[in-house]
Design a protein around this ligand. Sequence first.
Ligand SMILES: [Zn+2]
Ligand SMILES: [Zn+2]
Length: 349
Amino acid sequence: MHPINAYAAEKAKAPLKSFVIQRREPGPHDVVIEILYCGVCHSDVHQARDEWSNGTFPMVPGHEIVGKVTSVGSSVTQHKVGDSVGVGCFVDSCRVCQPCKSHLQQYCEKGMNLTYNGVEKDAKTPTYGGYSTEIVVDENYVLRIPSNLPLDKAAPLLCAGITTYSPLRQWKIKTGDKVAVVGLGGLGHMAVKLAAAMGAEVTVLSTSNKKKDDAMRFGAKNFLNTSDESVFTNHANYFDFMINTAAGNIDLGKYLSMIKLDGTMVCVGVPESPGSLNASALIMKRRSIAGSLIGGLKETQEMLDFCSAHNITSDIELIPVEKINEAYDRMVKGDVRYRFVIDINSLRK
Ligand SMILES: [Zn+2]
Ligand SMILES: [Zn+2]
């Protein structure tokens, strides 16, 4: 065990501050990663403030990790010293259940080992995330970051990127499909870039016109301000697919009315309270509503390679770690374009 500089919430709702953690000594299958950048996900705020009531403290958040390999265990074959690598939302899983064997580790029946606010394979040692200078991870749970992607802007791909890429692939989005993206935040802006690169005709649905220029720059063809009720009737039965990234509750029936026969709405954001839905919104056009959780390792690597081929990264605001509490407050107000990323060098003092 050796000590590592980190930033932690020592208890629920406490501001994050400097904290020292221990990382395990690397085993034969482990990769030691010097962390360079860590994206700030909305779920970091929810968990550090214990809004999902599942927090274990002290908590070191961060699951959009990129850095360089500084050493590898004797059996490691997939990574070598100096490689640019990433770690997403989980650092291990049972490896033997059907989802794990099908490259769907995020749906592991035993529960994946979360990168933070979880436990290691021993089922008791708490995991600490990427707001830290170093992490030790089994090589099978480490992703390769393609060399043409800038590391700071690539960090958010590890959660925001894969969370939106996976449903677009699962529902086989292709050239010409009419895709609606609800909400233009960290997830939404990645959904626009990815769906546009897949050839879809992308429309952003937002509650104001403030982000219209950005949406078009990200590759959207249309932008609809949903504070104007006429957009719902004017675009009734229009979309093949809708990805709902809204963190708050929306009127699901109204949004579903814009989806055509056999179309689907996939939800990737979790509102704090349950919404309601009249089944007729589904029945009348045989519509579906579904959910999707991040992606497995194979698909996450595929997403990174897709982003490399299409030169896609996140739009970010790079901050030193001392600004993290201010960043959380700004995220709650939706005041970030479009992802905060921590420059982890600010922790090396
Ligand atoms: Zn996340
Ligand atoms: Zn499993």
